[in-house]
Design a protein around this ligand. Structure first.
Ligand SMILES: C[S@@+](CC[C@H](N)C(=O)[O-])C[C@H]1O[C@@H](n2cnc3c(N)ncnc32)[C@H](O)[C@@H]1O
Length: 505
């Protein structure tokens, strides 16, 4: 592709999207070109690109030449977001609401919520800037998925991913965020500019959908005790009260609530005028799902509440209550966990995949099922974006219950991330992610070109599939200028499968 495409994100292209409606920021959400409108070419790296600084140093500094965009450093330097220093961008750890650094801010939160000890594991940081909050929560073993829109700051999520922090690009606008219900033990917004009380509390109700029963909501910045935002602050307190959220603390411009662990709030909600969503709307459906102004309910509550679900890391291998919705769920969960532990040991030992070394930090599993591949590498210095394809059963809730993170995505469309953001892409059964009822919906070539876009130079791809599919994938490899080797699967397995291991140039 031409050099101008160096940071190209097909679905977040302002040139295309600026013509769309501005109501509820629709134009800043994902809008993808049709496959035939997407350029079928390889995105080049910028001039002077270098192999990224490795984790954990990358939390503090990245190469300037890998994304030479100085706008944020110039505009937000005084808030401690980032600054240019010689060949590097340096990240002092600050943010708009924590200019003195995320560490101190997290310590303050720890006076009110259990930030240590494994009670809280999955967190969502809405409107994250360069994601220092999520980056430093990793010290507490809290795994945060952070998101922000592609906006005038340019490249904030690109910086966060270059730092090795779990993030992706999203705008909360007219649609649900691509996560199942009751996913997050903690939802955080520091000056995230999301108007929680507008549109009859629609965005507050979306947060409530995502928050696990017994989970914590932290909002710092406007409208919390903010001048000229008295109405919004009153409305926010009223809706939280109507939803039976317990006020844990209001200090300065930070407010902390706890969502009830069990559902005992229906009459208060209806007195306030909040409707319950129809049973026909699965609250965990969230792929291009229009936001609704109603309260989402799941039949399962207490069992998966913060405080009831086992603490991290025990919850990684304990079959969660929601697994029982899958046929023979508990047995399948246990077998899948063991299977992937064996397989990953084989990947490391016999295929020499550099998992467990500093050269692999950002990992994607394109077809994650129960997240067992990620579970098998949880003690390596990696984080894994577990993707549940939108044409597959919705098992992402189980991934969150076990303390891992991920998103829904349709692989017939580009992913909401910048080029060169993953070190390793793993995919089992690649051919199934492009089919519905057996029929292909898009080309394997397009999926592999997209994999190449999001893969870092020298990054690795691991495909686990039938010999016929591996053969097809291998025929496309030279066009992508990857080098690939083919392997048998792990000994002792009865599956008729093969493994392709490829490296990007
Ligand atoms: C003032 S910055 C705060 C960043 C960070 N939370 C901090 O405290 O430093 C606002 C952030 O919210 C993001 N943002 C604003 N509205 C958003 C929306 N509706 N959906 C996603 N991100 C949004 C912006 O892109 C930006 O990252």
């Amino acid at each position: 592709c031409p050099i101008e495409t160096v940071d190209y994100m097909p679905c977040e292209d302002p040139k295309r999207n600026s013509r769309l409606s501005r109501v509820m920021n629709f134009y800043r959400e994902r809008h993808c070109p049709l496959p035939e409108e997407t350029p079928l070419c390889l995105i080049p790296p910028p001039k002077g690109y270098r192999i990224p600084v490795t984790w954990p140093e990358s939390l503090h500094k990245i190469w300037h030449s890998n994304m030479p965009h100085n706008k944020i450093a110039e505009r937000k330097g005084h808030q401690g977001w980032m600054k240019e220093e010689g060949e590097f961008f340096i990240f002092p750890g600050g943010g708009t609401m924590f200019p003195d650094g995320a560490v101190q801010y997290i310590q303050n939160l720890g006076m009110h919520i259990p930030t240590s000890g494994g009670v809280l594991r999955t967190a969502l940081d809405m409107g994250c800037g360069v994601a220092s909050f999520g980056g430093y929560l990793l010290n507490e073993d809290i795994l945060t998925i952070s998101f922000a829109a592609k906006d005038s700051h340019k490249a904030q999520i690109q910086f966060a991913l270059e730092r090795g922090i779990p993030t992706f690009v999203a705008m909360l606008g007219t649609r649900r965020l691509p996560f199942p219900a009751y996913s997050f033990d903690l939802v955080h917004c520091s000056r995230c500019l999301i108007p929680f009380t507008a549109y009859n509390f629609t965005y507050f109700l979306e947060v409530d959908r995502l928050l696990r029963p017994g989970g914590y909501l932290v909002i710092s910045g406007p409208p919390v005790q903010w001048s000229k935002q008295e109405k919004e602050w009153n409305d926010l307190q009223s809706v939280a009260q109507a939803m039976c959220y317990e006020v844990i603390a209001v200090e300065g411009n930070t407010a902390i609530w706890k969502k009830p662990s069990v559902d005992s709030c229906v009459s208060r909600q209806s007195n306030f005028g909040l409707a319950i969503c129809s049973n026909a709307d699965d609250p965990s459906k969230a792929w291009y799902f229009k936001l609704k102004n109603c309260v989402s309910k799941l039949s399962i509550q207490g069992e998966i509440a913060v405080g009831s679900i086992p603490n991290w890391p025990k919850r990684l291998i304990s079959p969660p209550a929601r697994v029982t919705f899958v046929k023979n769920g508990i047995d399948v969960f246990k077998a899948d966990t063991e299977l992937w532990a064996r397989r990953v040991a084989y990947y490391k030992k016999s295929l020499h995949v550099k998992l467990g070394t500093a050269s692999i930090r950002n990992v994607m599993d394109m077809n994650a099922f129960f997240g067992s591949f990620a579970a098998a590498i949880f003690s390596d210095p990696v984080w894994v974006m577990n993707v549940i394809p939108s044409n597959k059963p919705l098992t992402l809730d189980i991934i969150y219950d076990r303390g891992l993170v991920g998103v829904y995505h349709d692989w017939c469309e580009p992913f909401s991330t910048y080029p060169r953001t993953y070190d390793l892409i793993h995919v089992a059964d690649i051919d199934t992610i492009r089919r519905s009822s057996g029929e292909p919906r898009c080309n394997l070539v397009d999926i592999m070109v997209e994999m190449d876009r999001i893969l870092r130079p020298k990054g690795m791809v691991l495909v686990y599939d039938s010999p016929e599919v591996i053969e097809k994938v291998n025929r496309i490899v030279p066009a992508l200028r990857w080098t690939a080797t083919l392997h048998d699967i792990e000994p002792g397995s009865e599956n008729n499968k093969k493994i392709l291991v490829a490296t990007k140039m």
